[in-house]
Ligand binder design. Structure first.
Ligand SMILES: *[C@@H]1O[C@H](CO)[C@@H](O)[C@H](O)[C@H]1NC(C)=O
Ligand SMILES: *[C@@H]1O[C@H](CO)[C@@H](O)[C@H](O)[C@H]1NC(C)=O
Ligand SMILES: *[C@@H]1O[C@H](CO)[C@@H](O)[C@H](O)[C@H]1NC(C)=O
Ligand SMILES: *[C@@H]1O[C@H](CO)[C@@H](O)[C@H](O)[C@H]1NC(C)=O
Ligand SMILES: *[C@@H]1O[C@H](CO)[C@@H](O)[C@H](O)[C@H]1NC(C)=O
Ligand SMILES: *[C@@H]1O[C@H](CO)[C@@H](O)[C@H](O)[C@H]1NC(C)=O
Length: 665
């Protein structure tokens, strides 16, 4: 009798114990998980959910079901889990799409989609209450359809991708909030805890070297009992979008009814190093020790020389930008040592070289900007990195940067068709037809509209001109070089405001005050419009002492009622005159000397799309307000040299402008 009782108690205990699933993986050498899609274990024991592919997904689940509700109680019991992850992308601050920790009735739902669906849902089952799915998403793309707050957030998802609660990635340390970048490429740890009595979920995030912060990033009071079934699977789902990204999990522990075991951080497998291969001397040099001392000395000398050749500047604050910092050595190899043959061009800011990155074989354009002052470099790099997050089909993507003594190198995606100005001025000898030009104009308008109004902060381009418009393989116009002139704002003497930009595109108020605004960009855009339609530069020298100012000339044509006369004769007869007239008039309107009269880029886009008719410019008293460059007296301060045709004394031009003004229009 008493023996039976003992046996029964023992049985009960074992049942209860066996129901409290608990496991810990410090690395995944033992390979006990269920995997599908792109998920695999790497040779050094990492779980790689997606393997550097686009539009793919991967899943990893603990193979056995986990009991979340015991037989006597319909409430979900407490549980706790923690894992270490890392996301590595080919680009600067751009990856996608993310990782979700999932609790699901099966090892994943049927027919999941990649990209924004995170390999978890599809457009039909997303949001269906019979999903019975709980998730914690680490999401690096902002999808407005799911109400994402930004492109770097942590969210609690129930049955759908629209998070019940979310927060920008980061953690609390000593009462202060610290931002984290999920796709920085560095390892981070996540804790997800549920208290079955308080019905509370906490989600906490921290860099791997920080102990679990006391305050969670997200805390939600929600009873999971109606959502979770009694028997569920736990694991991860991940997906990629259109950027090559690898999603890794390095360690994972889970426990029902208790605290998940701490991960042994030091034992976790190591991520591949940023950049690539080990140093040559390390791998080659070591076996040589026993062979010959002489050889070693020789090698060491070579190494030192090589080190000097490839020396770069790297400061502590740059650690955060790790993945977006290119190695000078790689850039040097990519451009064959910055050979003249690889030179694509040289502009106001420096020389641009074509290159092919050694491992990825991505084609890049590397711009070498000489910059002696270290002052403001930190802010500038922060800005460059933030600019790297700008994504628009009409902007040239910035991939990353590198710093050396006295020099900054910016790495852009390579644009195979070069810059627009060459096509306008017959070099190469290809003339763009009207529909190509009109498409480029509309594209650049959209790109600038994005910079001014659609991105999270207002970005003033500051140097819009045909030579800063690049053409991609499909001859789409893409704006390049944005924000670069900022570098010279942080210049040596903060008291003087340098006017940076290009003559002919500089708004009068800009040259007067040195202040740049979105409407000074619109002014430059106006000059650009006229340039593209007329095939002439904003200021052209005729003979020894005369200049033609394009906007004045177009204005004269318009006043005579012959605005079409201004168009590029190379356009031939194959054009739509109403479009040509529209762009010319819009060019005049944007060139108005009064900033308030100029349209904003939103209006410009509407006019070009003909959603809204262009205002009657004759009513805008152009003649009295004038269309001119205004005064250029500050121009001598300009620290830059300009492309040849603009390189001429300013006083001269303003006198022309003045004589035109007094010539009474
Ligand atoms: C990624 O995984 C898929 C499926 O396992 C495989 O076919 C592909 O070769 C892998 N790609 C890389 C870059 O490892
Ligand atoms: C989950 O529970 C619901 C009812 O609570 C049930 O209809 C459904 O079939 C269960 N799902 C699975 C996969 O067991
Ligand atoms: C939700 O999914 C269930 C099971 O797949 C299906 O029967 C039901 O029609 C779906 N509900 C909606 C609103 O789509
Ligand atoms: C953290 O990021 C937010 C936006 O994501 C930004 O507004 C804030 O300035 C950042 N804080 C720090 C300290 O970088
Ligand atoms: C969530 O965090 C709060 C604040 O630290 C704490 O009081 C609470 O007990 C936590 N709840 C869980 C489920 O861990
Ligand atoms: C069921 O479990 C919850 C928490 O796990 C507890 O608060 C509740 O009292 C339990 N109910 C019963 C009937 O045991």
């Amino acid at each position: 009798m008493s023996l039976n009782l003992v046996a029964m108690v023992f049985l009960l205990v074992t049942v209860v114990v066996s129901e409290d699933t608990s496991f810990t993986y410090n690395g995944f050498q033992s390979n006990h998980l269920y995997l599908d899609g792109d998920a695999e274990f790497t040779t050094n024991g990492m779980l790689r959910l997606t393997n550097d592919t686009k539009q793919q997904k991967g899943h990893a689940f603990y193979p056995n079901p986990v009991v979340f509700k015991n037989t006597f109680n319909a409430s979900v019991s407490s549980f706790s889990t923690t894992f270490v992850f890392a996301m590595r992308s080919e680009y600067l601050n751009l990856g996608g799409d993310g990782i979700v920790f999932v609790i699901s009735p099966t090892k994943g739902l049927p027919n999941p989609l990649p990209s924004q669906y995170l390999g978890l849902f599809n457009e039909i089952n997303n949001g269906n209450k019979s999903n019975h799915v709980f998730g914690v998403e680490l999401d690096t793309i902002q999808n407005s359809e799911f109400g994402d707050i930004n492109d770097n957030h942590v969210g609690i998802d129930i049955n759908e991708l629209k998070s019940v609660k979310s927060a920008p990635a980061g953690y609390f340390s000593g009462g202060e909030f610290k931002n984290l970048s999920l796709i920085s490429g560095y390892s981070m740890q996540v804790w997800v805890e549920y208290d079955g009595v308080k019905k509370q979920i906490n989600v906490t995030l921290a860099p791997i070297y920080v102990d679990k912060p006391e305050n969670p990033l997200l805390s939600l009071t929600k009873d999971l009992s109606p959502i979770l079934n009694s028997s569920m699977y736990v694991g991860f789902s991940s997906s990629t979008g259109s950027v090559l990204t690898s999603h890794y999990v390095l360690g994972w522990s889970f426990k029902m009814n208790g605290q998940a075991q701490k991960l042994a951080i030091c034992e976790l497998p190591k991520l591949p190093r940023f950049g690539n291969k080990e140093s040559m001397v390390l791998t080659v040099g070591l076996p040589l020790i026993s062979i010959s001392l002489v050889l070693m000395v020789a090698l060491a000398v070579v190494h030192v020389m090589k080190r000097r050749k490839f020396a770069e500047l790297l400061e502590d604050w740059e650690q955060d930008y790790g993945p977006h910092r290119f190695k000078f050595k790689d850039l040097s190899i990519a451009t064959k040592g910055f050979r003249e043959n690889e030179l694509l061009g040289s502009g106001g800011f420096g020389r641009v070289y074509k290159g092919v990155m050694p491992v990825s074989k991505i084609e890049v354009a590397v711009k070498r900007v000489s910059h002696e002052s270290r002052q403001g470099m930190r802010e500038f790099v922060a800005e460059i990195v933030s600019i790297g997050r700008l994504r628009h089909r009409n902007l040239v993507p910035l991939l990353g940067y590198c710093r050396r003594k006295g020099e900054l190198l910016l790495v852009y995606e390579y644009m195979p068709n070069g810059s627009l100005d060459k096509y306008l001025y017959n070099h190469p000898r290809v003339t763009l037809n009207w529909s190509q030009r009109f498409r480029i104009i509309k594209g650049i308008a959209l790109g600038l509209f994005y910079l001014h109004e659609e991105w999270e902060q207002v970005v003033v381009h500051r140097d819009i001109k045909a030579s800063n418009v690049l053409l991609d393989a499909e001859l789409n116009g893409r704006l390049g070089d944005f924000g670069l002139s900022r570098l010279y704002d942080h210049g040596t003497d903060p008291q003087t405001t340098h006017v940076v930009g290009t003559l002919g595109y500089l708004a009068p108020e800009h040259t007067r005050t040195g202040k740049v605004t979105t409407s000074s960009d619109v002014f430059a855009f106006g000059a650009f419009l006229l340039e593209v339609v007329c095939g002439r530069r904003p200021v052209e020298q005729v003979g020894e002492s005369e200049s033609v100012i394009l906007v004045d000339w177009v204005y004269e044509c318009w006043k005579r009622g012959e605005v079409l006369e201004a168009k590029d004769p190379n356009l031939g007869t194959n054009y739509r005159s109403e479009e040509v007239v529209l762009v010319l008039k819009l060019g005049l309107l944007c060139s108005h000397s009064e900033p308030l009269v100029r349209p904003c880029m939103r209006q410009v886009v509407q006019y070009l799309e003909r959603d809204v008719p262009l205002p009657d410019i004759s009513l805008l008293s152009l003649s009295s307000a004038g269309l001119s460059f205004g005064h250029h007296e500050d121009f001598q301060d300009c620290p830059m040299s300009y492309p040849s045709s603009m390189d001429r004394p300013l006083s001269h031009t303003s006198s022309i402008a003045e004589s035109l003004l007094s010539g009474g229009r």
